[in-house]
Design a binder for this molecule. Structure first.
Ligand SMILES: [Zn+2]
Length: 195
């Protein structure tokens, strides 16, 4: 099956945010259930960092799904501040801190050839902790100015602009870039006819 998720954010937190998007003019949520969250984690390459997935019962799955959406909407509140280079409210970071306290993970060591790799793992009921970790990674990114929203006003996707001269404007040039150009061209032609 072809993936319905979007992986153009250059940052896992932005790919996570991009699970909410506009498709054919309508707001669309790709995380409608716990299974969607699990599928996203799998495609993002994070599933091995979640322990005890099989042991979750239905109400725990619902809780995990709800908390995942809560983290996403918290990030959604911060994003406009980040893209506009504004100050983040302390109340907002406190909210994240409160959740981080209740959804802890632990460092897991994995031998990797001659060295050892360390990464955070989470009990399945604390999946929100992993999303909080992603959010934290975005907030503490070395260059917040690179967090951008697609220039298409009809698109709500975000990305981390890794281009050498910081000139990326579109989530996807072939999608939004071209569409806006075609539209401008059309309106210019129309205007020219009127003159
Ligand atoms: Zn776009």
């Amino acid at each position: 099956m072809e993936s319905s998720f979007i992986w153009l954010g250059n940052h896992a937190a932005l790919d996570f945010m991009n699970t909410k998007l506009i498709r054919k003019g309508r707001l669309c949520d790709l995380l409608r259930s716990f299974e969607d969250v699990e599928a996203w984690l799998k495609e993002a390459g994070f599933l091995h960092r979640i322990e005890g997935l099989d042991e979750l019962n239905d109400s725990e799955k619902d809780a995990v799904h709800g908390e995942t959406l809560e983290v996403r909407s918290l990030l959604e509140r911060a994003l406009p501040h980040l893209t506009e280079g504004e100050r983040i409210e302390p109340a907002w970071t406190e909210e994240i801190n409160r959740l981080l306290r209740t959804r802890p993970g632990f460092i897991y060591l994995q031998p990797d050839g001659k060295s050892v790799r360390a990464e955070m793992h989470y009990p399945a009921r604390n999946i929100a902790g992993l999303f909080l970790e992603l959010a934290t990674g975005l907030l503490t990114a070395p260059d917040p100015g690179k967090i951008k929203k697609c220039s298409n006003t009809k698109c709500i996707l975000h990305f981390y602009d890794n281009s050498r001269n910081g000139s990326r404007r579109w989530c996807d040039v072939s999608q939004c870039g071209n569409r806006v150009k075609v539209n401008l061209h059309y309106h210019r032609k129309k205007a020219a006819k009127r003159d």
